[in-house]
Write a protein that binds this ligand. Structure first.
Ligand SMILES: [Zn+2]
Length: 222
């Protein structure tokens, strides 16, 4: 096809062939480079797509977590609105019925150490022998231990403690709430557990005085 042109421009027809071959090679190389650039760009775009997809998955997960948190906070807020009484009101209400004590207060408790020993009056038999005027003997229940053979001899000591909780029954009317006076209030200490309100005090000295008084009564018993 180039034969006419060859005749016109090239003295040696093979010169035209080599020029064309060279141009073809160069064109091929150029196309190769272009294709390589396109493939590189494509691979880069793929990697970016993967990265973006994992970012989207992560952000979706975070979005879900935040939505869950919001939902939980809403439920908590609703619960607080309906069921929560601020501690300032609780403490005021409780202390009105406990002579000023409230949960968390530090107190001194008078603790009873249960203790018993064998009755010395009846030699721990539970009975004593008695003689009637006519000389007949009979057995009577020991007046000291009442036949139990042991004598209770408790000891009291004082111990620092803390009010864990206060239990009381409440009476609700339309406009007010009050303590149900038929159900005595009970107070639970952290260490001693349920305790008689007469058995704990604000100071160690007051508690010790009460313990001394109770120990004296115990000594008088035996
Ligand atoms: Zn006895």
């Amino acid at each position: 096809m180039f034969s006419d042109m060859d005749d016109m421009y090239f003295t040696n027809p093979s010169e035209a062939d080599s020029v064309i071959d060279e141009a073809t090679d160069r064109l091929r190389d150029l196309i190769k480079d272009d294709v390589k650039c396109v493939i590189d760009a494509y691979n880069k775009a793929l990697r970016e797509k993967d990265n973006l997809e994992s970012d989207i998955a992560r952000l979706n997960w975070e979005k879900q977590r935040i939505e869950d948190d919001i939902e939980a906070a809403k439920i908590k807020a609703e619960d607080a609105k309906n069921n929560y009484i601020p501690s300032v009101y609780i403490n005021k209400f409780v202390s009105k019925y406990t002579n000023g004590y409230g949960p968390g207060d530090k107190v001194w408790a008078v603790i009873r150490d249960f203790n018993s020993h064998p009755c010395t009056f009846c030699d721990a038999t539970g009975y004593v022998s008695a003689k009637m005027d006519d000389g007949t003997e009979f057995r009577a229940i020991c007046p000291k231990c009442n036949g139990r053979r042991t004598v209770q001899n408790d000891k009291y000591y004082v111990s620092p403690d803390k009010i864990e909780c206060v239990n009381m029954k409440l009476n609700f009317t339309k406009n007010e709430v009050s303590e149900n006076c038929w159900e005595p209030l009970s107070i639970v200490l952290a260490k001693a557990g349920g305790i008689d309100p007469e058995r704990f005090f604000r100071t160690e000295a007051e508690a010790q005085a009460k313990a001394d008084e109770l120990n004296k009564k115990e000594r008088e018993k035996s």
